[in-house]
Ligand binder design. Sequence first.
Ligand code: SF4
Length: 475
Amino acid sequence: MQVATLANETDFDGWRQAARRFRAAGVRPEAASFRVGAGEGGLFDDVAPVGEAGPQFPVPRAFVELAENVILHRSADRFDLLYRLLWRLEREPDLMRVVSDRDVADAMERAKNVNRASHKMKAFVRFRLAEAEGEEHWISWFEPAHRVVEKTAPFFARRFSTMRWSILTPDGSAFWDTERLTFGPAATRDMAPAEDEIEDFWKTYYASTFNPARLKTKTMQGEMPKRYWANLPEAALIPELVAAANGRAAAMVAAPAPEPNPRLAKTLSRMGRDHAFEEGFVPSSLEELGHAVQACRRCPLWRDATQGVCGQGPKAAKLMIVGEQPGDQEDLAGQPFVGPAGQVLDAALSETGIDRDDVFVTNAVKHFKHEPRGKRRIHRTPAASEISACRWWLNAERALVKPKVILTLGSTAALGVLGRKVAVTQERGQPLALPDATALLTVHPSYLLRIPDREAAETERERFVADLKAVHRLL
Ligand code: SF4
């Protein structure tokens, strides 16, 4: 048996080098073994040194990505499984495409479990407030199903970039000092504060979002597995809420249905959006709507965003401008159009004589859709299903503000407002009659920022200003 020793449980580079050496020395998978740390010896019958690293072996990218996740799985034989796949890849270069293969399917399943553990960590880490050297420090104790701390910590660094925080786990710890993310040794539960005043907030929030009429215990435990309950302040309420669910649901059925806000109901109904009242909730003010969006789960975009970003502006604005979705800066600030595209819009509005303070500015989609690339979060266009899901909120904003004119910026905004696919270039600048307002379509200001040629950019900017002037005339 040939044995390679890895530095730690997630030592991907160590495994890669050892696997390369094994392969160069012709060590078959059944004769190769990996162990973590120096160990005591005696674990293997015939421990022999392996040779120097051999030449690099080109493997498909899909395998490397899969291996990076599988190595975080808690199973003891994950290194062996990956080496077996690597060995076979040399002889079966298309192996990764054979999803029915036992080893490939096994690795994919383990990678899926790891990704699920990472998602659960994003959802269930709860920070508690502590003080260190006179400064606020937020500390969380978390027990992930797999070793996902290093994989998942960058998400918290982006989301809570201005807070000093630590996430302590039995596998290792992550620290963020508002500039740098570092990792430390394993911790124990008693190193994290047990309680703080935020606890009550979580409990109140959870209790207020718990709907006894929709209680499905099995689904709930699938979404919020019991293994995480110990570290969730709100989990203490679950047995009590579940026990009282039947009685509360019966009381809800017996009670007369609450009257929806009549003004909003009338307007939404005129817009043909009666189904907007599903789930029985109707925001009666922009403030209420702004709070409610934070709890929205109508589509998956809430998961990776810092917060929902609703519209801003006067309650009775005559002009509503609808963009696509919050960008990186808007997501962090919680305000629409505060980034570079917002500056282009501001400049064009002031050139037209429209005061931005008189405009209600919002987006078709309220949560920031993006994908990480290095340290950056790259914008991704929302899918039609996400735009459609979020239309409920946009319609509620329209019904509350009742603008005379709605200007849409780009095709996502046009789809959100009109409810149909639109070729903006063809319908641009023509007033379109809607049941509640007149709509005008134009391009998104971020498009103007992406035109490389200066002359073409200036021409497009003038067209954009001309569209705003047309809006001004309609007002
Ligand atoms: Fe809800 Fe819209 Fe956010 Fe999706 S994007 S979760 S629909 S608020």
